[in-house]
Structures are given as C-alpha cells and as structure tokens.
Design a protein around this ligand. Structure first.
Ligand code: SF4
Ligand code: SF4
Length: 124
C-alpha cells in the first residue's frame, strides 16, 4: 500500500521501499461480473498528489477496509504491475480502466446475463 515510510531503515522500511507509490491499490473498487474493477476514485486517506497514505501508521485503525499486502495479494486487488505480485504466475489484477476492451467485455456479458449491473462494494 502507498506508504510514507521514512526515518530509520528497519526491516519493515526496507520491505516498503520496493513499493513504487503509484497509489493504484488505494483506488476504490467494485466487484462487477465476478471481477474486481478499479473505480475512478481514491480512498479518502490518500494524498492524491504524492500518492502517499496520510494515515499510514494508523491505517488499519481508521480504515477497516484497508488491507495488508498479504490480504491484498490473496484478494487480487493489487494491479498486475505492482511489485508485490511480480513473479506470481497467472496473477490477474483488477480491471484498471472503465473504457477498455476488458471492461467492455464484462459489461457485454452482464447485459446478456442480467437486466442491470450487479455493483457490490469491495473492500479498498
Ligand atoms: S499498487 Fe503496489 S506499487 Fe503501487 S502503491 Fe500499491 S503496493 Fe505500492
Ligand atoms: S488507508 Fe486508504 S490511503 Fe491509506 S493505505 Fe489504506 S487504502 Fe491506502
């Protein structure tokens, strides 16, 4: 998750250093047609200019939907180009753009299967 890790180089800081702070994992998400889809909005605690979490050291206290890296990998809510999922064979991240062939395919299938879109909020 986008961090503001700084100060002394503890082992945790070194681990966090590999995060390239793109902020994508802090976008809001929905599950549409069985796929996690990134919404165009960010978590309210993300500084959208720096892409750093403003409550990083308290993030799990203040945002119950915020996930650890391990949970985020398991839930497949990290983008496919995130450093933490690099090398995971077959990893498929969320649909990143609403106007993409992948999103269009999801919407097309939903239109066939249902009368309207099944939009369920996902943690994020
Ligand atoms: S998506 Fe990955 S690289 Fe980007 S901010 Fe989140 S943890 Fe860091
Ligand atoms: S609290 Fe929000 S901005 Fe901070 S790491 Fe979690 S999802 Fe990202």
């Amino acid at each position: 998750m986008a961090s503001d890790a700084g100060g002394g180089k503890t082992s945790r800081n070194v681990h966090e250093d590999i995060c390239r702070k793109c902020g994508k994992c802090c976008r809001r998400k929905a599950i549409i047609g069985g796929r996690v889809v990134y919404l165009p909005h960010y978590c309210k605690y993300l500084d959208v200019n720096t892409k750093l979490c403003t409550v990083y050291h308290r993030r799990f206290e203040v945002n119950s939907a915020c996930k650890s890296i391990e949970e985020a990998i398991r839930m497949r809510i990290l983008p496919a180009d995130c450093v933490y999922v690099r090398g995971i064979k077959g990893y498929r991240g969320p649909v990143e753009e609403w106007e993409s062939p992948e999103a269009e395919e999801i919407f097309r299938r939903l239109a066939i299967e249902h009368d309207d879109t099944d939009l369920t909020a996902a943690p994020g």
